[in-house]
Design a protein around this ligand. Structure first.
Ligand code: HEM
Length: 128
C-alpha cells in the first residue's frame, strides 16, 4: 500500500490531528510517560507529532519546512527511552489508533509502522 493512499484513505489531516490529540490526552495520565515528556503544556509536542505524521504518510511537508529533516532518533536522544517507556508509548498510540475506527488495512498500516518506529526509538540498555 502506498503511503499516499494511507494518508487519503485514513481521512487526511483531520484524522491525524484527532489521532495525536487522543494520544497526547493520555500522556499526562501515564506516570511512565509523564516523567519523560518535559513540557507542562503538551500543545507544541502535539503539533510537532501531528505535522510529522501528516508528512510521513504523504500529506503536506509542513513538518520539514518548520523543523528540517526529522532525524527522529537524534531528536529523541535527550529523553531516556527504555523498554517500559516504549511499551507505554505504544499502548497509548495503539488505543488512539483503534479509537478512530479506520478501515482494517489502514489501521494495520499505522500500527505496523508505530510498532517498528517505536522500537527504533529505544536508547537505553535493557536492565539486568
Ligand atoms: C518509543 C517511545 C517514544 C517516546 C517515549 C517519545 C518521546 C518523545 C518526547 C519526550 C518528545 C519531545 C516532545 C516535544 O516534541 O516537545 C518527542 C518528540 C517527538 N516524537 Fe517521540 N517518542 C517516542 C516514539 C516516537 C515515535 C515512534 C515517533 C514517530 C512515529 C515519534 C515522533 C516524534 C516527533 C515527530 C517528535 C517531535 C520532534 C521535533 O520536531 O522536535 N516519537 N517524543
Amino acid at each position: 500500500m502506498l503511503n499516499r493512499s494511507v494518508y487519503e484513505l485514513a481521512g487526511g489531516e483531520e484524522t491525524f490531528k484527532l489521532l495525536v490529540e487522543r494520544f497526547y490526552a493520555r500522556v499526562p495520565e501515564d506516570p511512565v510517560l509523564r516523567a519523560v515528556y518535559p513540557e507542562e503544556d503538551l500543545a507544541g509536542a502535539t503539533e510537532r507529532l501531528t505535522l510529522f505524521l501528516i508528512q510521513y504518510w504523504g500529506g503536506p511537508q509542513t513538518y520539514s519546512e518548520r523543523r528540517g529533516h526529522p532525524r527522529l532518533r537524534l531528536r529523541h536522544q535527550p529523553f531516556a527511552i527504555g523498554q517500559a517507556e516504549r511499551d507505554a508509548w505504544m499502548s497509548h498510540m495503539t488505543a488512539a489508533v483503534e479509537s478512530l475506527e479506520l478501515a482494517p488495512a489502514v489501521c494495520k498500516a499505522l500500527l505496523d509502522y508505530f510498532e517498528t518506529a517505536s522500537l527504533a526509538m529505544i536508547n537505553q540498555p535493557v536492565p539486568d
